[in-house]
Design a protein around this ligand. Structure first.
Ligand code: SF4
Length: 264
């Protein structure tokens, strides 16, 4: 375990040394709580932020508050642009994300991707808690690679950690974690898009459970090119519509003076 922790610290130190300013996108999931603990204990110069989509479970807000009390490292929270949310809801309804992959990605774009771009603005690198074995969409990740979509370096220092190792760290160092993990929610996101799983199911089976596994990314960790390119003809149609939706979003954003932050 200590060797793995040392490797994570070395990766994070390299990020700070070579790519400052660096930020950490803290989803408050189990992996990200390990990174929170490591960053705080080693007093690494890495800004930490979370995205509040407006649809998070109460337990995630409880953890957000606990992190604030437990660690001295500040956690900045970014919210969606209210005009974009209002427009999306007017077009698709408050739960329109259930209707199609296109609608779901549109909601994730408004509530996650656009705020993420604001959070990453001015940074040279970002850190995530992604692990290789979390999903079929994450098999080709690297510990450090240029993120062409966001235009900065991306570090995944826990890439080769197993779920068991993540939880061994949390238990050993008494790290705060989301109480939903104790109720068979291994992977957490927005409340309406996350359900508990049963033993034997894939750990991300509870995320957007009504969709095909290859669609199960929210846009935060999929390059724009791969989002548009992968999939069948049906998806290609959906992505064309999604692109149209993005153009509408950009139009709205340009009216709210944040155009440069949404370079779709
Ligand atoms: S996870 Fe669900 S509610 Fe959250 S932003 Fe994506 S579609 Fe919307």
């Amino acid at each position: 375990m200590q060797q793995k922790i040392d490797q994570v610290v070395a990766v994070l130190q390299q990020a700070v040394r070579e790519f400052s300013p660096v930020c950490f996108a803290n989803s408050l999931g189990a992996e990200d709580m390990v990174l929170t603990d490591i960053i705080a204990k080693n007093q690494l110069n890495i800004e930490m932020f979370s995205l509040d989509t407006g649809r998070l479970p109460q337990e995630t807000y409880d953890l957000m508050q606990e992190v604030r009390k437990h660690y001295e490292t500040p956690l900045q929270v970014y919210f969606p642009n209210s005009t974009l949310v209002e427009t999306y809801v007017a077009q698709h309804g408050i739960n329109g994300f259930y209707d199609s992959v296109e609608n779901r990605k549109g909601c994730c774009f408004v509530r996650k991707v656009e705020p993420l771009r604001r959070a990453l603005s001015g940074k040279k690198a970002w850190v995530t808690g992604m692990r290789r074995d979390q999903a079929v969409t994450r098999g080709t990740l690297e510990v450090s690679a240029y993120d062409a979509d966001q235009g900065l370096q991306k570090f995944n220092p826990l890439l080769e950690w197993s779920n068991k190792e993540v939880w061994a760290y949390i238990r050993q160092y008494d790290v705060p974690y989301n109480k939903l993990h104790d109720q068979f929610y291994p992977s957490l996101g927005c409340a309406p898009c996350t359900r508990s799983i049963t033993p034997g199911e894939d750990i991300r089976a509870g995320r957007w459970w009504w969709e095909d596994p290859k669609n199960k990314e929210c846009g935060l960790h999929v390059s724009h090119g791969s989002q548009v390119a992968h999939g069948s003809g049906v998806q290609a149609v959906s992505n064309t519509s999604l692109q149209a939706s993005r153009e509408r979003i950009i139009e709205i954003v340009s009216q709210t003076n944040v155009k440069q932050e949404v370079s779709a």
